[in-house]
Structure formats: C-alpha cells, structure tokens
Design a protein around this ligand. Structure first.
Ligand code: PHE
Length: 447
C-alpha cells in the first residue's frame, strides 16, 4: 500500500507551522521575554532561530524525507546494521513525555475557554482571579477531565489519517489562528500606554542579559520550532519529493517567529497598559491576562478570542507529537492506525494524569525534587531536545554521505541550494558545539 502523505504544499506548510506554533509561542515566549530582559532576549533568540534553527530543521527534513518512515524506521533505512535507530527510540519516548505535560496546560486552556464564554472573569479582583486559577489547577478531577478530553480530541484527529485528519485540521485552524492573533494585536497596540510594552519588547537593554538568559533563548528556540525530537522528521516523511525543502523550512521558521513576536506584541503592551508585572512567569496568561481583558472595552470578546487561539495553537502542536508515536506503531510494529492511536493516546493520557495531578493531590510526590510536571518539562526541554539536536546534526553532518544530503535538499538537483557549504559547516561544527553549551548550562556546569 502506498504511504499516505500531505496532499499539497500549503497543507505541508500549515502542518509544520502548526507543530511549531504552539503554547511555546503564545504562553512561553512572552513570559520568557518578560523575565529575561525583553528586547535583548529577543535579539539573541532571533540569532539562534535563524543561524541554528534553520539548519537543524533542514537536517530533520533530510532524514525524514529520505527515510520515508517514522524516526525509528528512517534511521534504520538510512544506516542499516548500525545502532542509530536508538535515536529514533528516543524520539518516541520524547514525544510521549512532552505531550503528557503539554496536555495538562492545553487542558487548562480549554477550561479557560469555558470561563471566557461564561464571563467568569468579570468584576473579580486580581486576587480572586489568582484564586480562580489556583483552585482550578489543584482541583482533584476538573483539570483531569479537560486534559483527558484534550487527548481524546487529538486522538480523533490523528485516527483520521494524515490527509483527512492532520492536514484538514491544520488547514482551517492555522489561518484562523493568524487572523485571531492579528486582531488581538490591533486591539492591544491601540490601548493607551501600549508604547511602553512595545519599547520593552523591541528596545534591547543588554545589561539585563545574563549567560542564563542566552541559554534560555537557545532552549526556547528548540522547543518553539519543535526541533530535536523527530516531530518534524515524521512530518517531513509526508512531504512530496517534488517540494523544495529549503523554502518550506524558511517559511515555517518565519511563521513561527512571527507568531511569537505577535504574541509578545499582543500581550506585553496590554500588560504595561494595565500596569501589571511582565515577569509574572507561567501565570502570565492565566492570571494576568484575564485581569487585563476584564479591564478592556469589549474584554469579553477578546478573552474568548485569546483562549480559542491558544487552544488551536496547542492542538496543532499536540497532534504532531501524537503522530510520532502512531507512525512508529503502525510502521514498525504493524498496528492498525485505529489501535495505534488508541494505545498511544491512552498511555500518554495516563502519564499526563500524573502531570495534571502534580498541581493538586500529587503536589508532594516528587522525582529528583521536582513534581512530575516540572520533571517532565525540565527533562524534555533541557535534556532530550538538545541531545536530540546534537545527534541529528552529527548524523547529517558526519554519518550521511554529503552527496545524499545534497541530493535530498535539492530534491535530486531540481532546486540547487546556494548555501549548501554554509549549511554543512553549521551542521558539522557550529550547531553541535552551541547545543552542547546549552546542555552543559542546563546541567549547571557554568553556575
Ligand atoms: N513547538 C511546540 C510549541 O511551541 C512544542 C513542540 C515541541 C511540539 C516539540 C512538537 C515537538 O508549543
């Protein structure tokens, strides 16, 4: 049977951008920028995205499209008889770990859509809005229902296949997401006092830049672009051989970066206009923003717009993680798509329960001094993604034949690649060395 793939270039780009654009852009980026000195963080972030992000993304594309399988199978096909396929195993593990805690935050977002529709933020003091969040996340069953519900939603999309499930979903949700975020931006940037927020985001103050914020920027670029764990590799295996990988990767990176900046431009001006602290951290979206919406004209509508937008972003990223597991089960272990989806969704939802409960009943249950949620988050973004990125670069830079890499990137010579030498130099030396630096930084070597 012929392998299923994306039906169009637009579908492929929306799927890849859908994976990249997620909670990382709208929930994490504004608060990372907010707590790491604004404009200076942004400049460093942009440098990493374009200098390291694009080459690593292209490397994943090369492996996935040439291998024509899930990450495990692609390494096996490209280097038979070696142990590189272990890296593919790491991908499946990483996808499960990331999705289990991602589902927790996505579940909160669904509850917040319901709050926004029910006008729940209206007339509450800031203390009340804080309590609303802490009572909800520590409740013993409500966040669980939403988290499991979110996973079921992902399962339904994935079960329907690459074209009818993934592609159909991203082709409607991603354009809607762009429109919604632009609307929010227009609203936020026309508030009185918005200029302060824009200045904070765009005028760099290098005195605030520490070595740690540089490392945060590199980690954030990997997480935000979905790099280092095979999600993009899996999607790339569904891209037609006739497409130009370089131009697709540039579009995806630009779209992802653009959404992060737009999210910063929607959130930070509002935060400054209403005089709240930009470095509120992970709570920025769930506690600070509802206060901002409540104080805004037509805040009811903007609240709904924002949380629906966040849900779309989370959903189109989550399905790319689930697809990694499902592609592995169907291609390597010969599962039917339906049973592969049911098994992956079930296992990940069960792991996710541990993450969700770590804000409530399992708050005191820790591994290495962290709750499940924090441990899964730290393990994946600080360790698994950077390690994955190093392996991907080493594989493409040193293990694959340069001719095969070129042939894949140029689609058999159809799209000659002008900067191939620079690409190889980055993949061989610059990226692995830089990533090793984040890794050592994350472990605390430089403290
Ligand atoms: N890029 C996604 C986000 O920004 C998260 C993600 C990471 C998705 C790794 C897939 C793989 O939210």
């Amino acid at each position: 049977m012929a392998r299923e793939g994306f039906g169009s270039r637009f579908g492929a780009i929306m799927a890849l951008a859908g994976s990249a654009v997620g909670l990382g852009n709208i929930w994490k980026f504004p608060y990372e920028a907010g707590s790491n000195g604004g404009g200076a963080f942004m400049l460093v972030y942009l440098f990493f995205v374009f200098v390291i992000g694009i080459p690593v993304m292209l490397s994943e594309f090369v492996i996935g499209r040439r291998g024509q399988r899930n990450p495990f199978g692609s390494f096996k096909t490209l280097t038979p008889g070696t142990r590189w396929f272990w890296f593919g195993g790491l991908s499946i593990f990483a996808a499960a770990i990331i999705l289990s805690y991602y589902g927790t935050v996505a579940g909160w977002t669904l509850e917040y859509v319901a709050y926004a529709i029910g006008d729940t933020f209206h007339g509450r003091s800031s203390e009340d809005i804080g309590l609303l969040f802490s009572d909800f996340v520590s409740n013993s069953y409500k966040p669980l229902l939403w988290q499991v519900g979110f996973m079921v939603l992902c399962g339904i999309i994935i079960m329907s296949g690459v074209k009818n499930g993934i592609e159909r979903c991203v082709k409607t949700m991603m354009p809607a997401l762009f429109v919604l975020i632009l609307l929010l931006d227009i609203r936020a940037c026309t508030l009185d006092g918005a200029a302060e927020g824009l200045k904070f985001l765009f005028v760099p103050d290098f005195s605030k830049l520490t070595f740690n914020s540089v490392l945060n920027a590199l980690g954030q670029s990997f997480f935000s672009l979905s790099l280092g764990m095979g999600a993009l590799m899996t999607y790339a295996s569904y891209i037609s051989r006739n497409e130009n990988l370089t131009s697709i990767s540039v579009r995806v990176v630009v779209a992802d970066t653009f959404v992060s900046i737009l999210a910063g431009m929607a959130i930070l001006p509002a935060v400054f206009a209403f005089g709240v602290d930009p470095s509120a951290g992970p709570n920025l979206v769930y506690i600070t923003l509802p206060q901002v919406f409540d104080a805004m004209p037509l805040g009811y509508v903007w609240g709904i717009v924002f949380f629906v937008l966040l849900t779309f972003a989370a959903l189109t990223s989550a399905i790319s993680l689930l697809e990694v597991c499902v592609a592995y089960l169907t291609e390597e272990l010969k599962f039917k798509r339906l049973s592969a989806t049911a098994l992956s969704t079930g296992v990940i939802a069960a792991l996710g329960v541990l993450c969700t409960l770590s804000f409530g009943p399992m708050r005191d249950f820790t591994i290495f001094g962290r709750t499940f949620f924090d441990a899964f988050d730290a393990l994946s973004s600080n360790i698994v993604l950077p390690v994955g990125g190093i392996f991907i670069c080493l594989f493409v830079g040193w293990k694959m034949k340069t001719m095969s890499v070129y042939s894949e990137l140029s689609s058999g010579g159809r799209y000659p690649m002008g900067m191939f030498r620079i690409f190889m130099f980055i993949v061989k030396y610059v990226a692995p060395a830089a990533i090793l630096l984040i890794l050592l930084g994350a472990i605390g070597i430089f403290k």
